[in-house]
Design a protein around this ligand. Structure first.
Ligand code: ATP
Ligand code: MG
Length: 182
């Protein structure tokens, strides 16, 4: 049986969403491209994609038994873009504090996901919060340089397994499971 399109992410409190939205609203130019709505903002730790219930349940069991480490402070930072600001398709905010912890978490989840039977992720992990998707690619250098570091921080005390639903407009993320950092 199919579980759907699944990913594991760090979510954020509403105050941090408001802080980011307010910060961006103070910039002279609008966010380029197709902005992600604030309620959808998150930091993906592992995108799994379409999954079947057997490896999915195995992954949940492993996550449930795992020691995911201690809660940590996350602070957002400067803007950037994939594959680069000169030819951007994804505009993001990076992390100023907590990057190492996010990388450790992502590496740990990668092991669990591989043990559960999913294909390994080949691409290196780069912690980021996607602000906008840009089609066709644009040069966002001036925009990225015009935005001061984003003053938003919060404590990360759990990770969330989401299912994403597509339709018209932005994706909708459904929380399936939550695992505490202790
Ligand atoms: P949409 O695709 O409709 O724009 P979305 O990208 O937010 O919406 P998903 O494609 O389900 O929804 O992706 C969920 C999360 O996983 C997002 O953070 C997305 O950037 C990330 N993601 C999607 N595909 C990949 C991939 N192949 N590798 C790494 N991360 C991915
Ligand atoms: Mg997508």
């Amino acid at each position: 049986m199919s579980v759907g399109r699944v990913f594991v992410a760090v979510t954020m409190p509403d105050e941090a969403r408001h802080a980011v939205a307010h910060h961006l609203s103070e910039v002279d130019s609008p966010v380029p491209g197709r902005p992600v709505p604030p309620e959808n903002w998150h930091i993906t730790l592992r995108f799994i994609g379409k999954t079947e219930s057997v490896p999915y349940e195995k992954m949940l069991g492993l996550l449930d038994q795992a020691d995911l480490g201690s809660p940590f402070r996350l602070r957002l930072g400067s803007l950037g873009a994939f594959p680069g600001p000169k030819r951007a398709s994804v505009l993001w905010v990076g992390t100023e504090t907590g990057s190492a912890e996010l990388c450790d978490l992502a590496a740990f989840i990668e092991e669990i996901v591989d043990d559960a039977g999913f294909m390994p992720e080949e691409r290196p992990f780069h912690p980021h919060l996607t602000l906008a998707r840009i089609r066709p690619h644009l040069d966002v250098t001036a925009y990225v340089e015009s935005v001061p570091p984003v003053p938003a921080s919060w404590d990360v005390s759990d990770i969330v397994v989401y299912r994403s639903h597509w339709g018209r407009g932005p994706a909708r993320y459904e929380e399936l499971e939550r695992f505490e950092l202790t």
